[in-house]
Unconditional design. Structure first.
Lengths: 346, 303
């Protein structure tokens, strides 16, 4: 039993106990997990593969809508349901609710993977900032189109059924849904980065032409990495949809300038291209956001923009990058071996 | 859907409507071209892709609007916005652009995005989230039995935009600083070797861009409306224009600017004003895909 084993056991124990130990913060903790999920998935293409997407929020919004439509379509006609806007005549039994939740979440993940491949096929020819702008364009366009689509509720959005049962139990359930997805994603990412796949996407980041010359089918790897990221973002979006009960297209689902940028800031704050960076960054960012939202009311957005600018301009390595630079021995690195610092840490 | 078709049918039935749409598009497109020219300038010289471009425009617009609220004639707002935005741009350059000049492009993109958020929110806090515009109080000219209306204010706006563009072009061509900017754009290192203070050139270019945007915004507030969060749409438009035209292609920027103005007017006519932002973004995607297909051809021929 190594030191690491105890560390991870303690972490898991903390994750399980957290919602009961801090009962007032259940929703906050769930949101932290949401941030961790989107940050980790963003880092998969952004930090590890060097393709900085500003449009991953597309999958979050699409996941929300797919899950909601699937859950409603199992029982009612979607168009009529959305016209009534969650009026009282539509009742969901317990069984229908949970079936909708499970099927909707899975469908959301798979559908998002699919559209990631389709969008990626078009946008992955774009390099560097063009890719970022192109994907941002996709996200904005998707939001605008959905908000003009009456079948899914148009600009009003969709109102989903409420969790059947105690309100507090629902909160705990959504916490564990997010936490479970987050833990699975973390373990999966840790494994993925240790495989040939991880090496290949790192090679794409470092020099795409050389990687291609070495026989790596870059497009396939890029599509696969983005599809994986999209799957988890879609799942997170689906869970959010059920947690929020009501969501609308521009402010909640395709919230380009909120969550869409937050995830990037989380990663940069924590340290891009590292496994722990997005996790640390997401937690720090959420704390910062909540503090500013509570104590700097009215100025919170300015503070947030300032955080983005300061992080990006003056603090590029992020927290984990800074620690790694300061105490390389913690990561099994030596101070001189700069070029291995990204890949060798565990 | 039927509504779109009937709107489209209207265009065929009354050809004169087309003329009105094209005129409107050209008048507003001239202002888009101005902001896009500023973007092409910083992009070409400093290799910074400025996502806060639209917010500079809106910032200039609010300066002009605020001056008219204070009782100053609106036309004076244009030069004032030009000068004030130059100053603000210079401060921004010192604080956040200079440290990231050598970094990778995504860094500059994200930093300017943060700047865009700060500017939009500050404007929102200072002036509120209502749409604002300045009424110059001029008449409207009517042609062809009143089918075509040309407000004199818009005409004046186009003329001012043209004058400003001409001024900037002449400045770039003949002044000492303009020559230094062009030399730096061609080869920054060689320019430095030949004794050009590139840091000063960068600072000046960035301020000039902010100033051009500010003046454009001051004109936009007279002929159109502004709102603190309209900046991002203007940024997207500027990107569409510059990506479509290419860097350092001034006639291309003007043509693309007028073109996107006309296309947006057509889109607004057929699909309704609600799709305006979506249309700008979809145009961007189309241009990117077109550019991509061009690249693919180059890559194929190299194989």
């Amino acid at each position: 039993m190594s030191k690491k084993f105890y560390l991870y056991s303690a972490l898991i124990a903390f994750i399980i106990v957290a919602p009961f130990a801090f009962p007032d913060f259940k929703t906050q903790l769930a949101t932290v997990w949401l941030m961790i999920i989107v940050a980790l998935t963003w880092d998969m293409t952004g930090g590890q593969m060097g393709y900085n997407s500003l449009g991953n929020i597309t999958f979050y919004g699409t996941g929300m809508y797919v899950a909601a439509v699937v859950a409603i379509a199992l029982v009612y006609d979607v168009g009529e349901y959305n016209n009534a806007f969650g009026g009282g005549i539509y009742v969901f039994t317990n069984q229908q609710y949970f079936l909708g939740l499970i099927l909707g979440t899975v469908a959301a993940g798979l559908f998002c993977s699919l559209i990631a491949v389709v969008i990626g096929f078009i946008t992955f020819g774009l390099r560097g900032p063009y890719f970022a702008i192109g994907t941002l364009g996709v996200a904005i366009a998707a939001g605008e189109l959905v908000s003009n689509w009456d079948w899914v509720g148009g600009g009003q959005g969709i109102a989903l059924p409420v969790f059947p049962g105690d309100y507090d139990v629902g909160k705990v359930m959504f916490y564990f849904l997010f936490a479970g997805t987050g833990v699975i994603l973390f373990v999966f990412a840790k494994w993925l980065y240790s495989t040939r796949f991880g090496a290949a996407i790192n090679a794409i980041r470092d020099d795409e032409e050389k990687a291609e010359a070495m026989g790596i089918h870059t497009l396939q790897y890029k599509l696969a990495a983005w599809a994986i990221a999209a799957f988890f973002v879609g799942v997170a979006g689906a869970i959010s949809a059920f947690q929020l009960i009501h969501f609308e297209p521009l402010e909640t689902a395709y919230q380009t300038i909120n969550l869409g940028i937050f995830m990037v800031v989380c990663v940069l704050l924590g340290g891009a291209g590292t496994l722990w960076g997005p996790v640390v960054g997401a937690i720090l960012f959420h704390v910062f956001k909540e503090v500013t939202w509570n104590y700097l009311l009215g100025w919170q957005w300015v503070a947030l923009g300032a955080l983005i600018v300061v992080t990006v301009v003056y603090f590029q390595g992020g927290v984990v990058g800074w620690v790694m630079d300061k105490y390389p021995q913690w990561f099994g690195l030596s101070r001189v071996a700069e070029d291995v610092s990204e890949d060798e840490q565990s | 859907m039927e509504q779109f078709v009937s709107n489209f049918g209207l265009l065929l039935e009354f050809p004169v409507v087309n003329l009105k749409i094209v005129l409107d598009g050209i008048m507003i497109g001239a202002l888009f071209a101005l902001a896009a020219y500023g973007l092409a300038l910083v992009w070409g010289v400093m290799n910074v892709k400025n996502l806060a471009q639209g917010d500079f425009v809106i910032g200039g617009g609010y300066i002009c609007w605020w001056l008219t609220q204070m009782g100053v004639p609106a036309l004076i707002g244009v030069p004032v916005a030009f000068i004030l935005m130059a100053g603000i741009g210079w401060i921004i350059y010192i604080l956040m652009i200079r440290p990231i000049l050598d970094r990778d492009l995504f860094t500059t993109l994200l930093a300017t995005f943060g700047l865009a958020i700060i500017m939009a929110q500050l404007l929102n806090l200072l002036f509120g989230s209502d749409t604002q515009s300045v009424d110059l109080g001029y008449d409207t000219l009517y042609f062809l039995d009143g089918f075509i209306d040309v407000p004199i204010a818009k005409l004046l706006g186009v003329l001012m935009a043209g004058a400003l563009a001409l001024g900037v072009i002449l400045f770039m061509k003949f002044s000492r600083m303009g020559q230094a900017i062009r030399a730096t754009a061609q080869d920054a290192r060689a320019a430095r070797v030949l004794g050009i203070n590139t840091d000063k050139v960068y600072a000046f270019t960035w301020s000039l861009n902010a100033a051009i945007c500010g003046a454009a915004g001051a004109i936009i507030v007279m002929v159109w409306v502004i709102q603190p969060f309209y900046g991002i749409t203007h940024s997207v438009r500027a990107f569409v224009i510059v990506t479509a035209a290419g860097l350092g292609n001034l006639p291309g920027v003007i043509a693309a600017g007028l073109g996107i103005g006309v296309l947006e007017q057509y889109g607004a006519h057929i699909f309704g004003i609600g799709y305006q932002q979506a249309i700008a973004v979809i145009l961007l995607l189309l241009v990117l895909i077109y550019r991509l297909s061009q690249q693919r051809r180059v890559r194929q021929s190299l194989r």
